[in-house]
Ligand binder design. Sequence first.
Ligand SMILES: [Zn+2]
Length: 253
Amino acid sequence: MSGSSRRVLHLPRPPRVRPPLGAALAALTLVLCGLPASAEPASAEPAAAYDHRRCGNTSGRVLLTLDDWPYDHVERAVETGAYLKERGIRAAFFLINEYASQQPQVARTLRRQGHWVGNHTYSHPHLTTLPEAEARREIRDGVRSTLLRPPFGDYGPRETRIAASLGYRVCTWTVDTLDWENSGGRFPDVATLRARIRDAPAEDKRGGVVLGHLFSNFPDALPGIVDDLRDQGYALCRNTGPTGPVIRDPLRC
Ligand SMILES: [Zn+2]
């Protein structure tokens, strides 16, 4: 090494500007406290005002959701998940944890298939009729997630507050297929469910959330529902691979 280059190496450097200790601590606090408990980076843009009926779906695409549990045929949940994945679709499943906790492979498989699995409480009560401590316990003991679908869509300011304190935002729907209505022991058939979605207002479908259930004819109606929505020019939430318990706002649809 020549003397001149050594001299270059020893040139005095500009003094390093150190942030005052307070600013450094504030930055550290932001890093430690300001991030959600997920590896997902925060969105660069501030989220729009949250619309609980759309669950953070600002994509313009349709989010299909399936609630409760497939009581007669447990495999139906993962079969439905596999079908939707095959069509490139990500759906959201809101499982009752009283059942889901007994068969943890169901939620695990659905997430591996690229779907979201959200909280639908532990035992599916009307939350607004419960004392606060019980309502809190029902949410706390639900499937761990960041989206809460209150059973029966029954919630108010108290439930919203409890949910937020447990890390959840409330998620209902824009299109109710009424697939759960049981008349004389029969659920609405596939053609009826398809027609209800086909005929739903456009503003409820574009960037909307469709409610169906795992125990009704809704899963059997899905092939037709997907065809109809696409024929009508709607896109559905895209399946971009496995998910975790954190469902961010806005949704990655
Ligand atoms: Zn339900």
